[in-house]
Write a protein that binds this ligand. Structure first.
Ligand code: FAD
Length: 414
C-alpha cells in the first residue's frame, strides 16, 4: 500500500530489491537523524504472499561471513538463521584434474562468523525478513510506486512517481537520490549514465536438488570446461536433504539441459559434478539467467549514488554480487553518518566522492576476480591448465595464501 503523501526527504531510494532494502535498513540503524523514503514499483513481499520482486525469486544467495556480521548488527540474524544453512567448508575442484582446495571455518578464524565461512539463504525468505524489519523502522515505504522521471537540480533530485492504482503523478524531492533499480536501469539511461557491458554468452541454470545424504555444511565450487558449477547447502525441508545448484554453461548447452526430463537432468548433473556430495536424487524446476558483466561508467554525482545491480552486475561465480553491494552500502552509510554529525548535506559532492573513492579498490578486485576466474577455468590451453593446477597446489600447500583466498571468499578480504 502507498502510504500518505510526503514531499521532501534527505534520502530517496528507488528500488526495494536486495540492494535498496538493505541500504534502507542500514540508514535506519546508523543514520536515524535522516528522513528516508524507499520507492518500489511492485507490491512488497510478505510472509503469506507469493514473491513478486526480482531479487526475491527462487534463487538462494551465498552470504559471506562479513555480510552475516552486517545482518547481525542490523538485528536480522536471529530470524535469518531459521531460513539458512551454514557454510562450514568450501571445496573447490577442477574437473579432470586431481588437485582441489578445501577451506575450513575452524582454520579461518579471521574470515568466519560464529564458526561459519558464510551461510546460504533462500531469496524468497530473505525478502520478507528484510521488508518486515523495514516496516518496524521510520523509513517511508512507498509501494507499489513506480518512479517515472527524475530531474537533478542544484539542491537535490526531483522524482515523479505513480502508484499502481492511481494515474495521478506525485512528486518527491530528496537531497540524495539512491538509484537501486537493477540491471539495465531505465533511470540511469534517463540520467545519461552509460553502462559498459560484456556479454558472456552463458546462462546460469538455477534449481534446488534433493540429495540422499546430509551436505554437512560443505559448499562445492566445481570448474568444468563449460564453466563453474556451485552446489550450496540449504536447510533440510520435509525430511529431504537439499542443496542449491547454480550451473553456468554456454547458452546453447543451457537450452538443451533445460529441455531434459528431471531424471535425465539429474543423470547429466551427477556425471558433471561427480559423487563428492553423494547421490543426487531429484531436481526442482529450472530457472535460467543470462550472464553479463555490466558496469555503470559513473556511480556517483552531486545528489546521486548508484548501488546494486545498476552499479555493477557480475558473473555469479563465488557469490560476490550482493556481498559487494552490502559493503558498498555500508561504506555509504558510514559516510552519511559522518555528514549527519557535521550537519553536511547528504548530497554534497565531496562527501559522495570520498565514499566512491573508498569503494574503488574492493570493487576492482571483486569485479576482476568474478570476471577472470570463469575464463581461466574454461581454458583448454595446456599452459593455463598447468598454471591453474599450480595455483591450486599453492593454495593447498600454503596456509597464508589459503587464508587470504578464504578472506576474499568470505567477504573479509578488504
Ligand atoms: C544466478 C545468480 C546467482 C547469484 N548468487 C549470488 C550469491 O550467491 N551471492 C551474492 O552475493 N550475490 C549473488 N547474486 C547477485 C545478487 O542476486 C544481486 O546482487 C542482487 O540481486 C542485487 O539486487 P538489486 O536490488 O540491485 O536489483 P533487483 O533485484 O533487480 O531490484 C531492483 C528493484 O527495483 C525495482 N524498480 C525498478 N525500476 C523501478 C522504478 N522505476 N521505480 C520503482 N522501483 C523500481 C524493481 O521492481 C526491483 O524490485 C546472484 C545473481 C545471479 C543472477
Amino acid at each position: 500500500m502507498v502510504s500518505e503523501q510526503l514531499h521532501t526527504v534527505d534520502v530517496a531510494i528507488v528500488g526495494g530489491g536486495m540492494a535498496g532494502a538493505s541500504l534502507a535498513l542500514m540508514l535506519a540503524r546508523y543514520c536515524p537523524q535522516l528522513s528516508v523514503a524507499l520507492l518500489e514499483q511492485r507490491a512488497l513481499p510478505d510472509a503469506g504472499a507469493s514473491v513478486q520482486l526480482p531479487s526475491f525469486d527462487t534463487r538462494a544467495t551465498a552470504i559471506s561471513a562479513g555480510s552475516l556480521q552486517v545482518f547481525s548488527e542490523l538485528g536480522l540474524w536471529p530470524r535469518l538463521r531459521d531460513y539458512s544453512a551454514p557454510i562450514r567448508r568450501i571445496q573447490v575442484s577442477d574437473r579432470g584434474h586431481a588437485l582441489g582446495v578445501s577451506l575450513c571455518a575452524e582454520r579461518q578464524e579471521r574470515a568466519s562468523f560464529q564458526g561459519m565461512l558464510g551461510a546460504v539463504i533462500e531469496n524468497a525468505a530473505l525478502g520478507p525478513v528484510l521488508h518486515d524489519a523495514l516496516a518496524g523502522t521510520p523509513v517511508r515505504l512507498l509501494a507499489p510506486a513506480q518512479v517515472t522521471a527524475v530531474q537533478m537540480g542544484v539542491d537535490g533530485a526531483q522524482l515523479r512517481w505513480r502508484a499502481a492504482d492511481d494515474c495521478a503523478e506525485r512528486e518527491l524531492r530528496a537531497s540524495l537520490l539512491v538509484v537501486a533499480d537493477g540491471v539495465n536501469s531505465p533511470l540511469c539511461r534517463q540520467l545519461g549514465i552509460e553502462t559498459e557491458t560484456v556479454q558472456y554468452r552463458q546462462r546460469a541454470l538455477v534449481t534446488t536438488v534433493g540429495l540422499q545424504r546430509d551436505h554437512g555444511g560443505v559448499a562445492y565450487e566445481r570448474f568444468t570446461d563449460a564453466g563453474p558449477m556451485a552446489l550450496l547447502p540449504l536447510p533440510k525441508r520435509n525430511g529431504q536433504h537439499r542443496m542449491a545448484l547454480v550451473w553456468t554453461c554456454a547458452e546453447a548447452e543451457a537450452g538443451s539441459l533445460a529441455e531434459l526430463s528431471e531424471d535425465a537432468f539429474v543423470e547429466r548433473l551427477q556425471r558433471a559434478f561427480g559423487w563428492r556430495a553423494g547421490r543426487i536424487q531429484r531436481a526442482g524446476s529450472l530457472h535460467s539467467y543470462p550472464l553479463s558483466l555490466s558496469l555503470a561508467r559513473e556511480q556517483w554525482r552531486r545528489h546521486l549514488v548508484l548501488v546494486g545491480n545498476c552499479a555493477h552486475f557480475l558473473h555469479p561465480v563465488a557469490g560476490q554480487g550482493f556481498n559487494l553491494t552490502l559493503r558498498d552500502c555500508y561504506g555509504l552509510v558510514q559516510a552519511l553518518a559522518g555528514a549527519g554529525a557535521a550537519q553536511i548535506s547528504t548530497g554534497q559532492l565531496d562527501l559522495l566522492e570520498e565514499y566512491g573513492r573508498g569503494r574503488q579498490l574492493d570493487q576492482q578486485l571483486t569485479i576482476g576476480f568474478s570476471d577472470r576466474i570463469p575464463s581461466l577455468f574454461a581454458s583448454s590451453s595446456l599452459l593455463i591448465q598447468g598454471l591453474r593446477q599450480a595455483g591450486m597446489l599453492g593454495l593447498a600447500l600454503a596456509p597464508p595464501l589459503r587464508a587470504s583466498f578464504a578472506g576474499q571468499a568470505a567477504g573479509f578480504g578488504l
